[in-house]
Ligand binder design. Structure first.
Ligand code: ADP
Length: 400
């Protein structure tokens, strides 16, 4: 009887970072439905595997040894192999942070593609090598399994050239030192659901604020990226959890020349010690800072919101005004206080928040009679990656 059952086809989505690997399994019926999701945490400290079912009930929690991405993924696939009576893995979709000039759409991973991804490691040192690491490890486990890379830069490739230029010598621009922008998978997801969520206005001039540990903004017109706050690397633009965001480049020269920072120390300062953590000296986590009575915690929050409001101003110029402002990401989706503080600085534009709607994280949180709609739309990068990956499933000619 068992053997007669038709196996479900599933897609695995991997977001491999420096300290954790997040994963989601989707099954395809009419639509892609989440089956399981989880995380391999603290990969280089005390690794553990946690798996939740579709109702977010924890079904696995185990320690893993030794440390590292490989042991973590091995533990996951050991668990996954137990499902092999009922499911077939069709493909793995990966979040890859940087696609450089070459990648402007989801791409099937080949040796050539892996080389190109590797060549972009210097542009996203915090992410790219870990993204690639998972691809390589899974390739050693299942050499013939279809793997698809989805790039966080790809959504922004629709921008006009002017929006991508730095004011630096032409020769550097020509070799690819331009603004790429990130969080593209998140923005693409928002673009794919926005009219369904807020109506036709979603097709007009929209500013999306993705506020999580990483934070950026995207100016969209007709659901396409016109401008974005991050640049060559995910450091530019908004203040973030531990990243500085836009900074006077003179500060970097000062640190290098007067304070004798090495390039590595500087990188660590800008990526890991700055942002909310650096300014507060307490935490990168907005929840913790909001519940603190420390003045520096408060200042960190105020600066975060001030900088976000300034960026709305920049995006609005790129769009010649705007019709809707959408919040997403861990902070954008959950923190009514942060949304309120940002919007308070935009009242002069006619933005007016409905306190009750805002408190309840409703889709529309602005007052009805406003000329600019403000909304909250939860992002779903995993789903977006699964959807892209699913489109390639027939490319898998040889069963693995
Ligand atoms: P990442 O950018 O790593 O994907 P998320 O988008 O999950 O991160 O955002 C994580 C951040 O969201 C946390 O650091 C925390 O500051 C913030 N956050 C999550 N839930 C809340 C909440 N209820 N209130 C305020 N901030 C929250």
């Amino acid at each position: 009887m068992h053997g007669m059952m038709k196996k479900e086809e599933v897609i695995l989505v991997i977001n491999s970072g420096s300290s954790s690997i997040k994963f989601s399994l989707f099954v395809c019926h009419q639509e892609l439905n989440l089956l399981y999701h989880g995380e391999i945490e603290s990969i280089f400290e005390t690794p553990s595997l946690t798996i939740f079912n579709a109702s977010h009930v924890q079904i696995v929690k185990q320690n893993i040894s030794p440390n590292g991405h490989e042991a973590g993924l091995r533990a996951f696939f050991n668990w996954f192999e137990n499902l092999s009576d009922s499911v077939t893995l069709k493909a793995v979709g990966h979040r890859v942070v940087h696609g450089g000039m070459d990648f402007f759409q989801p791409t099937v991973v080949t040796d050539e593609v892996m080389k190109k991804i590797a060549s972009l490691i210097p542009l996203a040192p915090l992410h790219q090598s870990h993204n690639l690491e998972a691809i390589k490890i899974i390739k050693t486990f299942y050499p013939k399994l279809l793997q698809v890379a989805c790039f966080d830069t790809a959504f922004h490739r629709t921008q006009e050239k002017l929006a991508t230029l730095f004011a630096i010598p032409r020769s550097l621009t020509d070799e690819g030192v331009i603004r790429y922008g990130f969080h593209g998978i998140s923005y693409e997801y928002i673009a794919s659901v926005i009219t369904q969520q807020i109506g036709d206005i979603g097709n007009h001039r929209v500013i999306v604020a993705h506020l999580g540990n990483g934070a950026s903004m995207c100016a969209m017109y007709q659901c396409k990226s016109v401008a974005t706050s991050m640049g060559l690397t995910p450091l530019d633009g908004l203040m973030m959890g531990t990243r500085c965001g836009g900074i006077d480049p003179g500060v970097l020269l000062y640190l290098l020349q007067e304070k004798n920072y090495s390039a590595k120390q500087l990188e660590h300062l800008l990526y890991n010690e700055s942002g909310l953590l650096g300014v507060s000296g307490i935490s990168y986590d907005v929840r913790e800072l909001l519940s603190s009575s420390d003045l520096k915690a408060n200042e960190a929050i105020e600066l975060f919101c001030y900088r976000a409001a300034l960026e709305v101003g920049l995006c609005s110029v790129a769009l010649n005004g705007f019709d809707a402002l959408i919040f997403t990401g861990g902070i954008g989706e959950n923190s009514a206080v942060i949304r309120e503080k940002i919007c308070e600085r935009l009242t002069w534009l006619g933005i007016k928040i409905n306190a009750e709607a805002n408190k309840n994280n409703l889709v529309v949180i602005s007052e009805k009679n406003c000329n600019i709609m403000v909304g909250v739309i939860p992002t779903n990068e995993e789903y977006m990656i699964a959807k892209h990956t699913w489109r390639f499933r027939d490319k898998m000619l040889i069963p693995h």
